[in-house]
Design a protein around this ligand. Structure first.
Ligand SMILES: Cc1cc2nc3c(=O)[nH]c(=O)nc-3n(C[C@H](O)[C@H](O)[C@H](O)COP(=O)(O)O)c2cc1C
Length: 157
């Protein structure tokens, strides 16, 4: 048997927030979702990006196929969102997302002009958003965010 090529699975979907299932404030519900997702993904070896655009969620998840399938089954059954539509599903030989369990960003965060322009396709035509649109926003916005954290750490040191 020859050497086995490592392969990772990647899934992109969009869904709509379900307000009636939110028992706390939207902000607190989001904090909870993100905290649970980060803890689980760190344990199962998944990387993710969750992008919010108004009441629409976009998520990219990548990692080992079995962990991805198990996690996606839980996500699909989650009543805090509905109308889940898979945008893209593929295997790849490399990971594209930053090495962190879940990157979160809100496209309506008007303080960030670069994020706003990268998120333009998402904001203008959510139903046409592609795998590449989601990867671009996730990778560039997360790099920018970690750099701004670095700068503020340096400034406050
Ligand atoms: C938009 C959205 C994204 C989510 N993303 C993840 C995720 O990346 N990983 C994860 O484990 N759970 C995610 N969840 C939560 C799952 O649906 C589910 O509540 C959770 O995995 C259950 O974890 P627990 O059994 O540890 O409570 C997400 C939920 C929503 C609504």
């Amino acid at each position: 048997m020859g050497p086995t090529k490592m392969s990772i699975s990647r899934l992109c979907y969009r869904s709509a927030l379900t307000f009636t299932e939110m028992t706390l404030s939207l902000e607190e519900e989001l904090e909870r979702i993100v905290a649970t997702a980060r803890a689980n993904n760190a344990r199962t070896g998944l990387r993710g990006a969750l992008i919010m655009n108004g009441t629409t969620f976009f998520q990219v998840l990548e990692g080992p196929a079995d962990a991805l399938e198990a996690t996606f089954s839980r996500i699909e059954a989650d009543r805090r969102h509905h109308d889940l539509t898979v945008i893209d599903r593929r295997t790849d030989v490399v990971t594209l997302l930053p090495n962190a369990p879940l990157f979160f960003c809100d496209t309506l965060d008007a303080h960030d002009g670069v994020l706003a322009s990268l998120a333009m396709p998402i904001m203008q035509a959510p139903e046409l958003v592609s795998h590449d649109d989601l990867i671009s926003v996730s990778v560039f916005a997360s790099a920018r965010l970690s750099r701004s954290h670095e700068v503020s750490r340096r400034l406050s040191a």
